[in-house]
Write a protein that binds this ligand. Structure first.
Ligand code: HEM
Length: 335
């Protein structure tokens, strides 16, 4: 056998060996139709999921959702909950706090320009204040216990450890579930009580044109509520309905909902809750640090007459006119 013939023989032997070893592996990865063979041990999970993102089969029990083993939307939802929600939520909430801090540094507290008159006017009756504080208190509890679901694993768990975190989270979950009823009652009450005074009026346009009272030299005209307050009312109503409906769907999983509906309910609940908290942070800022004398309206229910004239001139004019003829307006001397 000459030298060339020997080389040819070795080459053929190598090829035969290669076919014998590699071909079964390739055959294991791809089925006869070219798709990956899910039973092949060498098939990587990633390539399998790329080709067949959904793993679903037929089952004997009536619960059809149990037949879905893997579904692509589950991975997108997981990415939303573990990555997108954390980042966007943190940016929105911290961004709002920073913006309010900047507003305070630039505008400061808006004082009662004419100073306090020493006379008080009733702005909110006891039941109106009760409805507001019922909604507000339950909102704060829902916000804190809900944010524990979103951020607790990242922020609280490393600080207090797994045992404490699991009991805190369990209690937070129960508290969140039960406080939701108080929130819904409060939301219905404030929606009904303040509905008429939050309808849009022509004066709201003048309020915007005059800078909404945030330009210090000017006091924009307003009825019982100005356009800013009306926006808070309508946005809170929309957000309140959205978190309540989605929240109830989360409370009773798979009652009339499938996996996709549950994921949608969770996304709506989490996103609206974060935006709602940002809105209410701004509302709290304006009612406390932002405007002198505003908190008293919801605290004691009475505001200073000059405050009322500067922030709600049309409302106080109507109030005083309606009391005229009944001797004194419903004002009381301040202590
Ligand atoms: C009727 C009212 C509400 C109901 C029935 C409700 C119910 C629920 C339920 C069942 C969960 C899921 C908890 C879990 O995954 O273990 C949840 C999560 C959450 N809730 Fe509420 N909730 C309501 C109102 C609110 C309000 C007003 C806020 C905001 C102030 C809020 C903020 C949150 C947040 C931030 C989460 C966590 C979202 C996440 O990261 O998955 N909820 N809620």
């Amino acid at each position: 056998m000459n030298f060339l013939a020997r080389i040819r023989l070795v080459a053929i032997a190598v090829m035969l060996f290669a076919i014998a070893v590699i071909a079964p592996a390739v055959a294991q990865k791809l089925g006869p139709d070219g798709a990956p063979d899910p039973t092949a041990s060498v098939t990587s999970e990633r390539s399998l999921l790329k080709q067949m993102p959904r793993a679903e089969g037929r089952i004997d029990i009536p619960d059809t959702k149990a037949g879905v083993l893997i579904q692509p939307a589950g991975r997108s939802w997981d990415y939303f909950h573990e990555v997108l929600l954390h980042w966007s939520g943190a940016i929105v909430l911290l961004g709002t706090i920073v913006l309010l801090g900047v507003a305070y540094l630039i505008i400061g507290k808006i004082r009662i320009a004419a100073g306090r008159s020493g006379r008080k006017v009733l702005r909110f009756k006891a039941f109106e204040r009760f409805s507001h504080w019922l909604t507000a208190a339950s909102f704060v509890v829902l916000g804190l216990t809900g944010l524990n679901v979103t951020f607790g694993k990242r922020l609280l768990l490393p600080v207090i450890g797994p045992d404490a975190f699991s009991s805190v989270s369990q209690w937070a979950k129960y508290i969140h579930n039960f406080t939701s009823a108080a929130f819904v009652v409060g939301l219905v009450l404030i929606t009904v009580i303040f509905f008429k005074d939050n309808l849009l009026e022509k004066v709201d346009i003048d309020w915007v044109k005059q800078g909404g009272g945030f330009i210090k030299s000017k006091h924009a005209p307003a009825g019982r509520f100005n356009l800013g307050e009306k926006l808070v009312y309508w946005l809170s109503l929309a957000a309140g309905v959205a978190v309540s409906v989605s929240g109830v769907l989360l409370l009773f999983p798979f009652y009339g909902t499938d996996i996709a509906d549950m994921q949608l309910a969770q996304i709506v609940h989490a996103v609206v809750a974060i935006l709602f908290i940002a809105l209410i942070l701004a509302h709290i800022y304006i009612g406390t640090l932002g405007i002198e004398g505003a908190f008293e309206a919801m605290g004691t229910g009475e505001v200073d007459l000059n405050w009322a004239k500067e922030h709600h001139d049309l409302w106080i004019a109507r109030q005083l006119a309606s009391k005229e003829g009944q001797r004194e307006p419903s004002t009381t001397a301040a202590e």
